[in-house]
Design a protein around this ligand. Structure first.
Ligand SMILES: Cc1cc2nc3c(=O)[nH]c(=O)nc-3n(C[C@H](O)[C@H](O)[C@H](O)COP(=O)(O)O)c2cc1C
Length: 200
């Protein structure tokens, strides 16, 4: 899926997004649109300045960007259910695996069943080998910091769009890697179920 250009304007200030942001675990039964999913992915790890460094929406040690962002899609308009990798430079998705894996992801996240109702679940992974050559052990810590930047961006963008998200750190790492057919060098760091807030 090729996303439309991300929007650079929103309906609320960054201060309002900071003040109102909360973890959301109940979602409306409504699909994500390509616009909303693309915007969330861009805010979380998108390219904000094309050029020799292709700088992104998050800071990164030496602009190395050692993270990957995956999407477990279940209910997104125009997108088959499946697992996808976000191609930040192309602002697009490439398919990794087909089928709706949301229930399995929720189970691997220590049976947090509410997660399966999110139309899409983002998964942040880190490629330690990309960064530890330059920064050694410290590089491993850097990937945790970068994952935190990504998750916070995701929360703030979700708030601006009327979406809800929760940062999920409780999961069985190896099971999640198997389920999503992640390459062995991509370690899952955080899981972020995203959907429209439910007002019921
Ligand atoms: C590293 C980390 C891991 C978390 N893991 C989970 C989780 O597995 N499940 C969950 O429901 N919430 C999880 N949370 C969300 C916290 O429970 C939530 O941020 C906290 O209760 C404060 O609420 P607020 O985000 O609505 O302000 C996690 C938060 C962080 C920072």
């Amino acid at each position: 899926m090729q996303f439309p250009e991300p929007s650079m304007e929103g309906p609320i200030s960054v201060e309002t997004a900071l003040a109102n942001r909360r973890s959301v675990r109940e979602f409306a039964d409504e699909p994500l649109t390509p616009d909303s999913l693309g915007q969330i992915l861009w805010a979380t790890y998108g390219v904000s300045e094309e050029g020799p460094w292709n700088r992104r929406t998050v800071p990164s040690p030496a602009a190395m960007y050692p993270m990957e962002l995956y999407v477990v899609a279940g209910d997104v308009e125009g997108l088959e259910a499946g697992v996808y990798r976000y191609d930040a430079l192309g602002h697009s998705l490439e398919e990794v695996e087909d089928g709706d894996l949301r229930e399995e992801v929720a189970e691997v996240c220590i049976e947090q069943d509410w997660m399966a109702k999110a139309p899409a679940i983002l998964v942040i992974t880190a490629a330690f080998d990309r960064i530890s050559q330059k920064f050694g052990e410290r590089g491993v810590a850097y990937t945790f910091f970068e994952a935190g930047h990504m998750a916070q961006n995701c929360y703030l963008q979700a708030e601006a769009l009327g979406l809800g998200v929760t940062e999920v750190g409780a999961f069985k790492e190896e099971h999640l890697m198997d389920l999503l057919e992640l390459p062995p060098e991509h370690n899952p760091m955080l899981v972020l179920p995203v959907g429209w807030k439910s007002f019921e």
